[in-house]
Design a protein around this ligand. Structure first.
Ligand SMILES: Cc1ncc(COP(=O)(O)O)c(C=O)c1O
Ligand SMILES: N[C@@H](CCCC[NH3+])C(=O)O
Length: 417
């Protein structure tokens, strides 16, 4: 995280003082660094030579400007809804470079994706395969598909974001895969391109990834021996980042390891779907302390950002570093619970943090670039925050703060005569 640093006693985001951003755009405010996003993307590219492909997972941060930056870098995209596909198209992404994941795709979504010339639909069940066949037949098209297989690997992450175990709703069980691949190969409007898996998110060790990859390569071989030749294998995303800056996923080691395994399959293009690893450490959330409340046993900093702005702490007990924007002399500070305005005890951004803060001070929540804004909501009729991108010392608004009118758009009062 070197695009943010303390200078002249306060936090700067690429030379821009955080207090200036708060002043100009208000708080709470998401701030992203263009250079950090590009740097993260380049790191993957550097260790993932062509013809292997990278599809950025749009759900991590779907702001149009960020998708545009990544499209300009030649990114493909992993989407999970027609809405995300519309974002990619609007941002200048190539539909042929898009893969479409998700367990409950509707007929309308499948039709739209096929009409747009989607690169690949990642099929999650036998029933979905039949639906795609029917929609593609109606359109007189051949649907490019991959079958998502659940490799039954424990990713050792939070249970809500582990996706590759038998008990999870995702993908086709490995034991059931062969007949469904055979069916896909035989259906007239299906163009079977590949297989895919995704075992979870915020994974901190190479082992589960390599374990899943080995199972998938074995499946590729079994399919080949049955006469089914795949052209790609998509190993998903899930690369963990260091929220606490104490542990680190050895990404290069994993990428190297999987490329070595792939040496035996020269005709297979590999794909990855990183989301968090591209944007998480490129964003912060700036928030202002409204009040301090001290009780007999607790000290609370009541801030203007809540679980509706950044849900991760409330939903996954996720830990995000929180720093004071103005550097304080007493660096260790007092123990403070940093809590938001939403009427839920679970609305907090951090418990028991050492901070020296008073009412009116600004705080920055780090590593907020992924699954931050995209998981925000209007709960408590709170407007979603603005988003700003910093590029070479200048700030650009890439999403306006919502207004009350934005929030009630589409709602109707009952007619009274
Ligand atoms: C199918 C699929 N691909 C990619 C991702 C991106 O994951 P991450 O942001 O952890 O890289 C996800 C989310 O976990 C996903 O469900
Ligand atoms: N939303 C999760 C990641 C889920 C990934 C989606 N498959 C998080 O914030 O960590």
């Amino acid at each position: 995280m070197n695009y943010i640093d303390f200078k002249q006693g306060q936090l700067h985001v690429e030379q821009v003082p955080a207090s200036q951003l708060a002043e100009q755009y208000g708080t709470p405010l998401y701030v992203y660094s263009k250079s950090q996003i590009i740097k993260n993307w380049q790191l993957f590219k550097q260790h993932w030579p062509k013809p292997h492909r990278l599809c950025y997972a749009v759900k991590a941060n779907s702001n149009l400007a960020i998708l545009q930056l990544l499209a300009e870098q030649g990114a493909g995209f992993d989407i999970v809804s027609a809405g995300e596909l519309k974002r990619v198209l609007k941002a200048g992404g190539d539909p042929a470079s898009v893969v479409f994941s998700g367990v409950a795709k509707s007929e309308d979504e499948l039709r739209f994706a096929l009409q747009q010339g989607i690169g690949c639909i990642n099929v999650e069940s036998a029933a979905e395969l039949e639906r795609i066949q029917q929609v593609a037949a109606e359109l007189s098209q051949s649907a490019p598909v991959s079958l998502r297989v659940n490799p039954d690997v424990d990713a050792k992450t939070h249970p809500y974001i582990a996706t590759g175990m038998k008990a999870n709703k995702f993908g086709i069980a490995m034991a059931d895969a062969m007949p469904i691949f055979k069916r896909a190969a035989a259906l007239p409007n299906i163009n079977l391109l590949g297989a895919d898996c995704h075992i979870g998110s915020q994974i901190m060790s190479s082992e589960p990834f390599l374990d899943a990859a080995k199972r998938m390569f074995k499946l590729v071989e079994e399919l080949a021996s049955e006469g089914i030749k795949l052209s790609h294998l998509d190993l998903g995303g899930g690369f963990g980042i260091s929220y606490e800056e104490t542990d680190r996923l050895d990404l290069e080691n994993y990428l190297k390891g999987v490329l070595e395994l792939a040496n035996n399959y020269p005709e297979l293009t590999l794909m990855l779907e990183p989301g968090r690893a591209i944007v998480a450490d490129a964003g912060i959330l700036i928030t202002r302390v409204e009040y301090i409340k001290a009780t007999d046993d607790k000290r609370f900093a009541l801030i203007d950002a809540g679980m509706n702005d950044l849900l991760r702490p409330s939903l996954y007990q996720a830990w995000h570093d929180i720093v004071a924007v103005q550097e304080t002399q007493n660096a260790r500070g007092q123990l403070v619970d940093v809590v938001g305005p939403v009427c839920e005890t679970g609305c907090f951004l951090g418990h028991a943090r050492h901070l020296t803060v008073k009412s009116g001070d600004l705080l920055a929540v780090k590593h907020a670039g992924a699954y931050g804004f995209t998981m925000s909501s209007n709960y408590n009729t709170r407007a979603k925050p603005a988003e700003v991108l910093i590029d070479q010392g200048s700030s650009y608004i890439i999403r306006e703060r919502e207004t009350f009118d934005d929030m009630v758009r589409g709602e109707r009062l009952l007619k009274r005569t």
